[in-house]
Design a protein around this ligand. Structure first.
Ligand code: BGC
Length: 269
């Protein structure tokens, strides 16, 4: 049997580090040719390292720079992908940042930056993906669907997060954007779902795991008692991108070791 994503092209935004890099490697290992997107020139080296690792494993990848919050950048990235690799079949809307601050001190810049990358960036990339999928139509040699979009959300699309109002608002927004798009484009055979990671060991949450004390405190929030790894998310992304999940549309798939199970109630309430 061929690999599950053989012959398909995937764009993974924000793939020069963290969850995005892990997802890019998993999709490539499943046979997809992957665009490792990075935001600014200073991330080029890290993106190239991800590409090199994928190629060394015998799989396909290229890197493309694009600031997902800029309309013309996004249009250009999709056009360049089609020119270089022939199509776009999978979008992983992953790029995201945190700019944490107590709410009364949160600047408009901190608010706008997080919303523009985490939410507007996902809008711009999803819109371009939908346009591309509709133009391409269904190729049953590749997939039963015309295209697949995976939005990287967070447990914080449902768990409120003091000190991170901009981030939580962006993830709550992703939830209903994703579900609205899934409803709007199901009849076109475009599947749109979210992955909601809990605490995954990446640079974005370094302060939550880099000391034994911080990790111990973090683990009180995780019933499964381990921090997540990028492969935990990569494995789920392969499933959501493949025909194994062909009847799955509009879901938020929580991958969080039980963080959303209200662990405070285990011995209380
Ligand atoms: C955040 C991480 C955090 C995790 C669980 C993620 O969405 O980016 O910083 O550790 O949620 O709270």
């Amino acid at each position: 049997m061929g690999k599950k994503l053989e012959g398909q092209v995937a764009i993974v935004t924000g793939a020069s580090s963290g969850i995005g890099a892990g997802v890019a490697k998993s999709l490539a290992a499943a046979g997809a040719a992957v665009v490792v997107n990075y935001p600014v020139p200073s991330n080029k080296e890290a993106a190239e390292a991800v590409v090199a690792e994928i190629i060394a494993a015998g799989n396909k990848a290229i890197s493309l720079q694009c600031d997902v919050s800029k309309e013309s950048d996004v249009e250009q990235m999709f056009a360049n992908t089609v020119t270089a690799l022939g199509s776009v079949d999978i979008l992983v809307n992953n790029a995201g940042i945190q700019k944490d601050a107590p709410f009364q001190d949160m600047s408009l810049d901190q608010w706008n930056l997080v919303i523009s990358i985490n939410l507007t960036g996902q809008f711009l990339c999803a819109r371009e993906a939908v346009r591309t999928f509709i133009k391409q139509g269904i190729d049953t040699n590749k997939s039963k669907a015309a295209g697949k979009i995976i939005c990287m959300s967070s447990v914080h699309e449902v768990i409120p997060w003091a000190g991170h109002a901009n981030y939580a608002a962006s993830k709550g927004g992703i939830m209903l954007m994703m579900k609205s798009l899934a409803q709007e484009f199901a009849h076109k055979k475009i599947r749109i779902n979210s992955i909601c990671p809990g605490a995954i060991q990446t640079p974005i949450n370094r302060s939550a795991w880099e000391t034994p004390e911080a990790l111990e405190s973090l683990l009180t929030l995780i019933p499964y008692k381990r921090i997540g790894q990028s492969e935990d998310i990569g494995n789920a992304a392969v499933w959501l991108a493949s025909d194994d999940s062909d009847y799955v549309n509009g879901i938020s798939l929580f991958i969080d070791g039980g963080m959303t199970l209200y662990p405070g109630f285990t011995t209380n309430g």
